[in-house]
Design a protein around this ligand. Structure first.
Ligand code: C5P
Length: 400
C-alpha cells in the first residue's frame, strides 16, 4: 500500500522515524511529508534515508504547482504522527497554508491521526472540539498515551506507541469500502409529540446510535439519508440529514425518501402515542387533575415491513427486560431482517444517552449474535458487517 506519513513539529517527531521504519517493514511504500516546524526537530534527511524517497516539505519548492494533487491521487492512506495541536486545528478548519495541509484537503482516502502535545493543550476545549470535528469526518484517532511528558508534566499527551499507530493503519487499510453504490436510509433520535404549542411528550433517546450508524455507512462508501428527530448532535460528514419532529413527520419523510434505499435502519425511538388533536393555544394551569387521551402513532417499521420488497430492513428494540425474546418477537411481527436489541433504563449506563452500547442481533436466519460493550461507532461497524453477511446468506437461500 502507498502511504503518506505526515510529520508535524513536536518533540515526538523523532518517533515518526521509528513509525516509518515499522510501516516499511510491513511492505508498504512511505512518502514522508514534513511541516516547517517538524524540520526544526528532525531533518528531512532522516526520513529520506529511511523511506528511500525525497521528503516533501514546501508547497512552492517543487517541480509542479499541482504536485499535492498528484501525490494525493497516488496514495491510498494518510497517517499523521505526531499531530500537534496547531496542525489538528488547521486540519479541522481546512486551512491549506503548507504542503501537508494542502495535501490533506486534496486527499480522499482514509486518514489516521496520532496526536502528541502537552497535557493542558490536549485537554483544552479548543483542541477537543477540533478532535471531535476530525472524528466526525471519519478519521481514525490514535489517542496519546498517559505518562511523563517532555514538558515535565504528567498526563495524556505522549504520542501513542508506534506499534499501536501501525495497528490502526493496518485496520484502516483492511477496512473495505463495502457499501459503495448503496443507499442507506437511517432514522435516529426521539420524536416529539406536541400537547399544545409549548409542551410535548418525548423520550430519552440521544440519537447517538443512529448517528454512529450514519457515520459508519458513509465511511464505507454509502450514500446515507439520515431522517433525524430533534437531537443535539452535529450532522455527520457527507450525510444528508432530514430533520423531523413528530412520528407523523418521520413517517412522511421515510416514505418519501424510501425509493433508492437498499438498506433501511430504524434506530429512531419513535413515540408510540400522540395527542390526536393538539390545542392551538397553551393549556392553562388549574388546580384540577387533567387526563390525556392518547392515540397510537403510525408504526413506521411495521408499514415498511409490509412493503419492503428486496430491501434489508433493520429495526431496533430498546427494552428494559426480556431482551432476546422481545428482539425475536419484533423480528417476526414487523417482518424485519434484523432487530438490534439493547437494554435501556434502570441502572444501566449503556444504551440511551451513553456513548457506549451492548446489543444482541436477532437475524432472519434464526441466529442470535451478542456484541459486547463497545463505543457506539464500533457497534455500528459490527452491525454493518452482519448486515452484509446476512444479505449474502439470504440471497444464497433464495438462489439469487
Ligand atoms: O414496537 P417498538 O416501538 O418497540 O419497536 C421499535 C422499533 O420500531 C424501532 O426500530 C422503531 O424505530 C420502530 N418504530 C416505528 N414506528 C413507531 C414505533 C416504533 O417505526 N411508531
Amino acid at each position: 500500500m502507498k502511504i503518506i506519513l505526515g510529520v508535524s513539529g513536536g518533540i515526538a517527531a523523532y518517533k515518526a522515524a521509528e513509525l516509518a521504519r515499522l510501516v516499511m517493514q510491513q511492505g508498504h511504500e512511505v512518502q514522508a511529508v514534513m511541516t516547517a516546524a517538524a524540520q526544526e526537530f528532525v531533518r528531512p534527511l532522516t526520513f529520506a534515508a529511511l523511506t528511500g524517497r525525497k521528503v516533501l516539505t514546501d508547497l512552492f519548492a517543487i517541480e509542479s504547482a499541482i504536485e499535492h494533487i498528484a501525490v494525493a491521487q497516488e496514495h491510498e492512506l494518510m497517517v499523521i504522527a505526531p499531530a500537534t495541536a496547531d496542525l489538528i486545528a488547521r486540519l479541522a478548519h481546512g486551512l491549506a497554508d503548507d504542503f501537508l495541509t494542502t495535501l490533506y484537503l486534496a486527499f480522499t482516502g482514509p486518514v489516521v491521526i496520532a496526536p502528541a502535545m502537552n497535557v493542558n493543550m490536549w485537554q483544552h476545549a479548543a483542541t477537543q472540539a477540533n478532535l471531535e470535528t476530525l472524528r466526525q469526518r471519519g478519521h481514525r484517532m490514535v489517542d496519546p498515551d498517559s505518562g511523563y511528558l517532555a514538558c515535565g508534566m504528567t498526563g495524556p499527551g505522549r504520542l501513542a506507541d508506534p506499534a499501536a499507530i501501525l495497528e490502526a493503519i493496518e485496520r484502516e487499510a483492511r477496512k473495505r469500502r463495502d457499501l459503495e453504490g448503496e443507499t442507506v436510509l437511517i432514522t435516529a433520535g426521539p420524536t416529539q409529540e406536541p400537547l399544545d404549542p409549548v409542551r410535548y411528550i418525548s423520550n430519552r433517546s440521544s440519537g447517538k446510535m443512529g448517528y454512529a450508524l450514519a457515520e459508519a455507512a458513509a465511511a464505507r462508501g454509502a450514500r446515507v439519508i439520515l431522517i433525524s428527530g430533534p437531537v443535539h448532535l452535529a450532522p455527520p460528514y457527507g450525510v444528508e440529514v432530514v430533520p423531523v419532529r413528530t412520528a407523523a413527520e418521520m413517517r412522511a419523510k421515510v416514505m418519501e425518501r424510501l425509493g433508492p434505499a437498499g438498506i433501511v435502519i430504524k434506530s429512531a425511538a419513535v413515540a408510540d402515542f400522540h395527542l390526536g388533536t393538539v390545542p392551538t393555544q397553551k393549556v392553562k394551569k388549574t388546580a384540577a387533575r387533567i387526563s390525556l387521551e392518547l392515540d397510537p402513532t403510525p408504526d413506521i417499521l411495521a408499514e415498511l415491513g409490509r412493503k419492503k420488497g428486496d430491501r434489508l430492513l433493520i429495526g431496533f428494540a430498546a427494552e428494559t427486560q426480556n431482551l432476546h425474546q422481545e428482539a425475536r418477537r419484533k423480528l417476526e411481527s414487523k417482518n424485519c431482517d434484523m432487530v438490534v436489541g439493547n437494554l435501556v433504563g434502570g441502572s444501566s449506563d449503556i444504551g440511551f444517552e451513553s456513548d457506549q452500547n451492548e446489543v444482541v442481533l436477532a437475524l432472519r436466519t434464526g441466529e442470535l449474535i451478542s456484541l459486547p460493550r463497545a463505543p457506539k461507532r464500533e457497534i455500528a461497524e459490527r452491525i454493518f458487517d452482519q448486515v452484509l453477511k446476512l444479505r449474502l446468506a439470504l440471497h444464497a437461500a433464495d438462489g439469487r
